[in-house]
Each structure stands twice: as structure tokens, then as C-alpha cells.
Design a protein around this ligand. Structure first.
Ligand SMILES: [Zn+2]
Length: 152
């Protein structure tokens, strides 16, 4: 099997940032996959599953409710727990989505109340949540986004 594109990035040199991971086109429609990298792979501890899960729930809810919601294809965690993938309709750059990503992580970092979708009927592991940890991780990433790395 051919190595998929995201495995060709040297993860030992990768740092936090907002990167274009790949672009896929079909039937005249382009989808851009962004690598929202929160921690340095293999050098910083990965985020806990609870932190990842809470960021996923709040982030996905915010993104889909935002003015850009119709352009959002998917937002979800990387299995290595060092970041998230954001898939958007359009042939886009990091600069294009930076304001949206800043708003999303600003929203998560300030979130109060019940985590959306965190009930047994709505989620497959509903109690694995860490709101305080998610807020801290979102605040740290938001600080990185003040002048983020946009190129691998
Ligand atoms: Zn869930």
C-alpha cells in the first residue's frame, strides 16, 4: 500500500500549528483538510482522551452552529491525540480559516455549562470528558494561534 500523505510529514520535527494536511477534489468540489496540531508529536505529552473528547464535542458544536457551519465537513480528533482534523469545503489556506479556528478555540477556552452531547443517549463514551483540561488546552492553542506556523 502507498503511504498516505499525512504519514510523510516528519512528526519528530512537527510543532504546534495550523497546517493544510491535504486537498481532495471530486466532481468539481474541493475539500481542504486542516491539521490543527496542539502539541509537538513524540516530544510533548499527548492530550488525554477526556480532553480530546470534550474539545471534539464543544468544537464540533460551535463550528456547525457558526456562520461557516455550511462549509464544515468534519471536525474530529487524531488518533495520536496531538491534534484535530478540520475538513472544510473549498480550496483554502490556513489564513482563510485562522479567524474561525481562533473563534472556535476561544469559545472552548471560555466554555461554561453542560458539555453538548455528553449524555448516554447522545455519545458512545459520554462520561469520558475533561472540561477543565479542554479549556486549558484550548487556551494554550489559542495563544499559539496569535502567530501560528502555517507551513509544514
Ligand atoms: Zn462523544
Amino acid at each position: 500500500m502507498e503511504k498516505i500523505a499525512s504519514f510523510t510529514v516528519d512528526h519528530n520535527k512537527l510543532r504546534s500549528g495550523l497546517y493544510v494536511s491535504r486537498k481532495d477534489s471530486c466532481g468539481g468540489v474541493t475539500v481542504t483538510t486542516f491539521d490543527l496540531r496542539l502539541t509537538a508529536p513524540n516530544r510533548e505529552p499527548p492530550l488525554s482522551t477526556g480532553v480530546m473528547h470534550t474539545i471534539e464535542h464543544i468544537g464540533a458544536t460551535y463550528l456547525r452552529s457558526s456562520e461557516a457551519g455550511g462549509d464544515v465537513v468534519y471536525f474530529g480528533p487524531m488518533g495520536c491525540r496531538t491534534g484535530f482534523y478540520l475538513l472544510m469545503f473549498g480550496d483554502l489556506s490556513g489564513e482563510d480559516v485562522l479567524p474561525l479556528v481562533r473563534r472556535t478555540f476561544g469559545f472552548i477556552s471560555a466554555f461554561c455549562g453542560d458539555i453538548p452531547g455528553a449524555s448516554p443517549s447522545e455519545c458512545g463514551n459520554w462520561s469520558d470528558q475533561d472540561l477543565d483540561g479542554a479549556k486549558a488546552a484550548a487556551a494554550a492553542y489559542l495563544a499559539e494561534l496569535a502567530s501560528p506556523r502555517l507551513e509544514y
